[in-house]
Design a protein around this ligand. Structure first.
Ligand SMILES: [Zn+2]
Length: 400
C-alpha cells in the first residue's frame, strides 16, 4: 500500500497455502531486491507472475498478446526540484484473463512493486536495506493467483481479468496507466477488487474492507459472507492509498481488502515468516464467495461514496480534497477526482481541471502543488486559478 484492510464452498483445497507460501517467499526474497519499479528485481517479479499466470491457464492480456503492459513516464530526479532534471521511469503491469465470453469482466488486482532498498516511502531509520514487502504486497499477488486458480476451474457468468500492478508505491502509477490504456473496454468492467496487504490477519480475524459505498449491493452482499469466523470492518470511500482508487475514479464499483497496519509496514522487516498463510487462504475465500454471490446479478450498479472523511495527504495542515493525476506531465496539477464536501468540491473545482496558481504561488507541477499546500492553514481563503477547456477560471477556496 502506498504510504499513508464458511459457507458452502469447498473449493479451497488442502495445500493451497503451500502455493501461497511459495509465491510470497519467492517475491519477497532478497534476490528480487525489494521489487522497486524500474529495477531488475521488478522485472524478475513480473516474469515470475507471468509464468504463474501461464501455468494457471490465463490468457495473456497485456500489450501485443503478451502478459506485459509497459508504461514509461518522466519523473524529476530530485522530487523537491520539480522543474529540474527529469529521468524516465519504466514499469510493467502483468495482465491475464479468464475469458468466459461473458458480457462483463471482473477485475482483480494487486500491486507487486515495493520500495527496493528504501527511499522516499520507507519508514526505516537505519542504513540501507532491502525492503522485501512480504505483506506489502507479495501477499496480495499470491492471493490473486490463488483466486485465479479457483475461478479457472469452473464456468462463471463474468470474465475475470487479473492485473499485477507496478508503480503503486510511487503513486498508483500502474493502475492509473491501466485505466487510461485498458486492454478491455472500461464500460464492460463490472467491479474491481484490490488486495493490498492481506498477509497479517490477526487473532481476532478482522478483515478491513474499504469502498462499500461504491455500489448499493456491497453491504447486503457482505452480510451474507461467512468464512472461518472472519469479521469485517468497513469504510465507505472508494478513495484510498492504493490501486482501487484508479478504478473508482472511472465510476467502477470497488472493494479494497486489507488485513491491517503493523509495525513492519514499509520497513525491511516486512518478511515472509511473519505472514499468516491460513489467513491469506481465508481472504481469498471471502473474495470467492462475494463473486459467487453476485454471479447471477449481471452488472452491478455504481454509487458515489461519501468521501468526506478520507485524506491521503495527511501530513498537510490543509488539503484541497482532490486526487492529483500523477501521470500528467504538463504545466500545473491536473485533478483526477474530487471528494464530496471538501474545499475543492465546495469551490466548484472538477475532475480534469488543471490547477496553475494557488493564492500568490504558481503551481508548475505536482511538487510545486505540494509545496503550496504547506503554506496554507485551516480557515485561509485563497483564489485558485484553474485551466478548464482552454479557459482560465478563478475559484475561491476556503480551507477547512
Ligand atoms: Zn506500500
Amino acid at each position: 500500500m502506498a504510504l499513508y484492510l464458511s459457507g458452502c464452498s469447498q473449493s479451497i483445497r488442502l495445500g493451497d497455502d503451500d502455493e501461497i507460501k511459495a509465491d510470497i517467499e519467492y517475491l519477497a526474497s532478497d534476490s528480487l531486491e525489494g521489487r522497486e519499479t524500474g529495477t531488475k528485481g521488478e522485472q524478475l517479479a513480473a516474469q515470475y507472475i507471468a509464468f504463474r499466470m501461464d501455468e494457471i491457464g490465463l490468457l495473456p492480456s497485456g500489450d501485443d498478446e503478451s502478459y506485459f503492459q509497459t508504461f514509461s513516464l518522466m519523473l524529476p530526479v530530485n522530487p523537491h526540484v520539480p522543474d529540474g532534471e527529469k529521468e524516465e521511469l519504466k514499469g510493467t503491469n502483468v495482465v491475464g484473463l479468464i475469458d468466459n465470453k461473458a458480457d462483463h469482466t471482473v477485475v482483480i488486482g494487486a500491486h507487486y512493486d515495493h520500495l527496493g532498498y528504501g527511499g522516499r516511502g520507507s519508514l526505516h531509520a537505519g542504513s540501507q536495506a532491502i525492503h522485501n514487502g512480504a505483506d506489502d504486497n507479495a501477499s496480495g499477488v499470491a492471493a490473486m493467483l490463488q483466486l485465479a486458480e479457483i475461478l479457472s476451474d469452473r464456468h462463471e457468468k463474468n470474465n475475470y481479468l487479473f492485473i499485477a500492478f507496478s508503480g503503486e508505491e510511487k503513486g498508483l502509477l500502474g493502475s492509473n496507466y491501466y485505466t487510461k490504456n485498458a486492454t478491455v473496454d472500461l464500460s464492460t468492467i463490472n467491479y474491481m477488487f484490490n488486495m493490498d496487504m492481506v498477509g497479517r490477519l490477526n487473532q481476532d480475524k478482522v478483515l478491513s474492507i474499504n469502498g462499500v459505498g461504491t455500489s448499493p449491493v456491497w453491504s447486503t452482499t457482505l452480510d451474507k459472507i461467512q468464512v472461518d469466523g472472519l469479521q469485517f470492518v468497513t469504510t465507505e470511500s472508494g478513495f484510498g492509498p492504493s490501486d482501487h482508487t484508479s478504478f473508482y475514479k472511472e465510476d467502477i464499483p470497488v472493494l479494497h481488502f486489507f488485513t491491517g497496519q503493523h509495525e513492519d509496514y514499509h520497513k525491511p522487516t516486512d518478511d515472509p515468516e511473519k505472514i499468516n498463510y491460513e489467513g491469506v487462504v481465508s481472504v481469498v475465500e471471502v473474495l470467492h464467495q462475494i463473486i459467487e454471490t453476485l454471479n447471477d446479478l449481471g452488472k452491478i450498479s455504481f454509487s458515489k461514496s461519501d468521501d468526506s472523511n478520507t485524506d491521503i495527504q495527511r501530513s498537510f495542515k490543509v488539503t484541497l480534497g482532490v486526487i492529483p493525476d500523477y501521470l500528467f506531465d504538463g504545466e500545473g496539477m491536473r485533478i483526477d477526482g474530487v471528494r464530496d464536501g471538501r474545499p475543492a468540491a465546495v469551490a466548484g473545482l472538477d475532475k480534469g481541471d488543471v490547477v496553475v496558481k494557488m493564492g500568490e504561488y504558481e503551481v508548475t507541477g505536482m511538487n510545486a502543488y505540494m509545496d503550496c499546500l504547506e503554506r496554507f492553514s485551516p480557515g485561509d481563503q485563497i483564489i485558485v486559478v484553474v485551466l478548464r477547456d482552454g479557459a482560465r477560471l478563478e475559484k475561491e477556496v476556503i480551507f477547512d
